[in-house]
Each structure stands twice: as C-alpha cells, then as structure tokens.
Design a protein around this ligand. Sequence first.
Ligand code: EPU
Length: 364
Amino acid sequence: MNMIVKQCWSLCSAIRVYNFGNMNMPLSVQKNISLQSLNSFGIAAQAQFFVRIDNAAQLFQLRDDAALVALPRLILGGGSNLVLSDTVNALVLHIGLTGKQIDSEDDHYVYVSAAAGEKWHDFVVWTLRQGLGGFENLSLIPGTAGAAPIQNIGAYGVEIQEYIHHLTAFDFLTGEIVSLSKSDCQFAYRDSIFKHAYKDRMVILEVVFALPKVWKARLNYGDVAHLLADRGITQPSPTDVSDAIIKIRQSKLPDPAVIGNAGSFFKNPVVTKELRDRLLASYPDAVNYVQTDGLYKLAAGWLIEQCGWKGQSLGRAGVYSKQALVLVNLGGATGADVRNLAQRIQGDVLQKFNVILEVEPVFF
Ligand code: EPU
C-alpha cells in the first residue's frame, strides 16, 4: 500500500501547500497500451503513451520531463465516466494511489481520507464497517475515490460534495501539491472545477471527507423507503440503507463488468418553470422535480423513453432496456458508435421537447 506523503504543511494564500522530500521513484512510460479493461464502456481503445502513477513523486518527475509534459494528458481513474476514441493520442496517467484511513474527529465529525485510486464502493463498504454512516446512498457507484469529486457523484438524494472537507491535488501548472477546500471545488449538479478550469491541470491525490457523528437515514428518493418497509426494517442502519440501494441499483442499472456502460449518459436537464409548464401542458405525466432555486429538473430517462429509444440500438451501441438514461456497449462498440447514438438521441429530444440534453461522460 502506498502512502501519500504529507510533510511541511504551510499556508500559501487560501491554499495549503505541502512539499516532498527527495523521492525518486522510477517512471515507466509504456507505448501503445490497450485501455479496454480500463474503461467501463469496454471500448477497445489504445493509449499512445501510458504511465501508472503509484506515487505522487512520479508526478514531479513527469512535470520535469519536457517531452512528457508537452503531451496532451488523460487522467484515468476507474474509467467509468469516459468515452474513448480508438486511439488516445495522449499520455494516459492511470492513477493507482491507494490507502484509506480515519484521520481524526471532533465533536461533530469523523474525518476519513481515501487516496485517489481507491475503488469508491470498496471505500464505502470500509466506512460502513468502521461504523460510519454517510456514504450509504452512494453505494455501488463505479469509479474511484479520486474521480468522485470531479463529477460530484450523486444518487438517491445525496451528492458527494456534502461530505467533502478538502482534497489534495498535484498542480501541473505550478508543480505544487495543493489543498483545495470544498468551496474551491465549485461543486454543482454532476459538475466541479475539475471539469473546467482545472481539467487536465490538477491530478487529485487524496480526498478528505467529514462524516457527521449524528446520522440520519436519507430515504426520500424513490423506492428506498418502500424496499426497507418491504423488508420490515423500520429503524434502518447505514448498512441496511446501503443494502437497499445496492438492490435497487442492481435491478435497474447494468453491471459494467457484464454490459459496458458509463452510468447515466446524460444529465437530467434543469429548465425554467415556463418551459416545464409548457411541457406539462402537452405531456401531463412528464417527470419533473422542483429545485431549491425555483428551476425544474426533468427526468432525461423519461424524455428519451418518450422518443422511443429505450431498448433500441444504433450500430453497436444501445439504450439500456431498463433505464433509458444509460447507453450500453452491445459488443465491440467504438467511441464513434456511442457518440452517434448520443447525438441521435439529443436531436430527437430537442425536436420533440425543445430540451437540450447535456452529456455526462468525458469524450477523449
Ligand atoms: N424514467 C423513465 N424512463 C426511463 C428511466 C427513468 O420514465 O427509462 C423516469 C423514472 O420513472 C423516474 C425518473 O425518470 O420517475 C427518474 O429515474 P431514476 O430514479 O432511475 O433516476 P434518474 O434521474 O434517471 C439519477 C442519476 C443516477 C442515480 C439515480 C438515483 C443523473 C444523471 N442520474 O438518474 O445516477 O443513480 O438518479 O438517484 O442524475 C449516474 O450518474 O451514473 C447515475 C446512475
């Protein structure tokens, strides 16, 4: 297990910076490496250059190499939110940093940290075994702990931003390791600064979470409360909630180990009251949820299903038969197959409902 080395904390404006001692680990850059087993869509892509990052010191070495640092970069965690082209003309940094621990506690919170390469669901299970609640609604989400903040993973009424205290990242621009607070990360629905200004610039190394000591089950979303009631559970523990979420996810979402996919392919569109009212006038059963800011979130899965795409396919890419928001690899799909299908769906939804669907995964 690699430990992330933390030394010499010092304050640098609003951002804490720490330095490394002299850590010269060998940097092994490989050429023409298959990424098929490293992306949850199972696309048979090839990386032009590939390096596995097991140690933060390797990032310093990489930045010092003029040829390597000049290449386009793809930072690869669990590869679960990615649509790859046949050839990835870039240096792929596969983040293999591991380690998790309970850091400290105060009157209100327990602080736990996970290195970026830890598998998210394994980390959730580990926290539950430590008797810590908070992540249970986010059970079974594919991907790594380091990727979780990038798209602000969310499910069953909970987003990860609620529990993020701060994170550390390597900044390719300055060559420093920085600590970013929750507000620095600019979280929004399936969004953060790592998809924008810090894209390709920051490599997340470790995430520190604050889990409240007073735990309360969050059962407002969909079928969770019903499933627990069916099981005769009236006072659920965090593990009971996790078990229910796992059951629900398994019943409607494809397992990437069996059917390649990247989870929800589109964001649920957020629209004005005016647009939502117009939609309801024509389609009274359109699924919509009011947001705290008075805008409305529409269910993209519903919109796609109404366009007749559920269970349909185009080339070797398809729309999952149990959840239209998920695009799947029917076997041998390329990034182009997935892109074509996504564009056709976007076109149909725009034409029928006048609603723009935004894609969730990153195309590279
Ligand atoms: N719906 C349909 N047809 C479909 C799919 C959904 O009519 O084919 C309707 C459902 O009947 C329901 C509504 O759409 O009324 C919402 O469906 P669901 O509860 O399955 O959730 P979602 O909005 O489609 C979001 C997240 C999921 C997350 C679930 C549960 C996004 C983009 N997706 O999906 O996240 O698991 O809620 O919280 O916000 C992911 O990001 O990869 C992901 C799976």
